[in-house]
Design a protein around this ligand. Structure first.
Ligand code: MN
Length: 199
């Protein structure tokens, strides 16, 4: 078995003007593709070939660091594409909205907390909304680490994720990461986050 680069659930220009076409194209066909290829090269022909990506990440400390970087990169981008939509933006509803209000006080406070986590992650990494031990938690990880990994400080189920590597925004936003984070809120696929929250 080898891991496959998934198709985007929308066209490269679908998230304009918030995420530009060229960034989406390079991000998917170059960056995400490279994580998949590197991961396959590291796993192929080993006794780990039959494992799911989730199984690999859960014991990633036992693997070479390349599996942590590329396995994380593969998994994180699979999630990331699904968390955006040309019909996105607005607010969550249902149980997820209720849980956000219980945990953070309001949707606006949650948004602020998530944006701060994304802004203050130094260098490359990810911001996360997680379900962790039954509670919602905002956190961030360095590089391609994620909350499924046994080495993660905070473990849990991803409900929302934002890539804050420069490759995710530099062509359009240059050094203005906060503008990119602000644009992300206009394309967030809350239906996908709600689905993941329901489990
Ligand atoms: Mn990326």
């Amino acid at each position: 078995m080898s891991f496959k680069l998934p198709e985007l659930p929308y066209s490269y220009d679908a998230l304009e003007p918030y995420i530009d076409t060229r960034t989406m194209e390079i991000h998917h066909t170059k960056h995400h593709a490279a994580y998949v290829n590197n991961l396959n090269n590291l796993i192929a022909g080993t006794d780990k070939e039959a494992l799911s990506i989730e199984q690999i990440l859960a014991e990633v400390s036992k693997y070479p660091v390349g599996v942590r970087n590329n396995g994380g990169g593969f998994y994180n981008h699979n999630l990331f594409w699904s968390f955006m939509s040309p019909n996105g933006g607005g607010k969550p509803s249902g149980d997820l909205m209720k849980a956000i209000e219980v945990e953070f006080g309001s949707f606006e406070v949650f948004k602020e907390k998530f944006s701060i986590a994304a802004t203050t992650r130094f260098g490359s990494g990810w911001a996360w909304l997680l379900k962790s031990e039954g509670k919602l938690v905002v956190t961030s990880t360095p590089n391609q680490d994620n909350p499924l990994m046994d080495i993660a400080d905070v473990k849990g189920t991803p409900i929302l994720a934002l890539d804050v590597w420069e490759h995710a925004y530099y062509l359009n936003y240059q050094n203005r990461r906060p503008d990119y984070i602000n644009a992300f809120w206009s394309v967030v696929n809350w239906a996908e986050a709600e689905k993941r929250y329901r489990g």
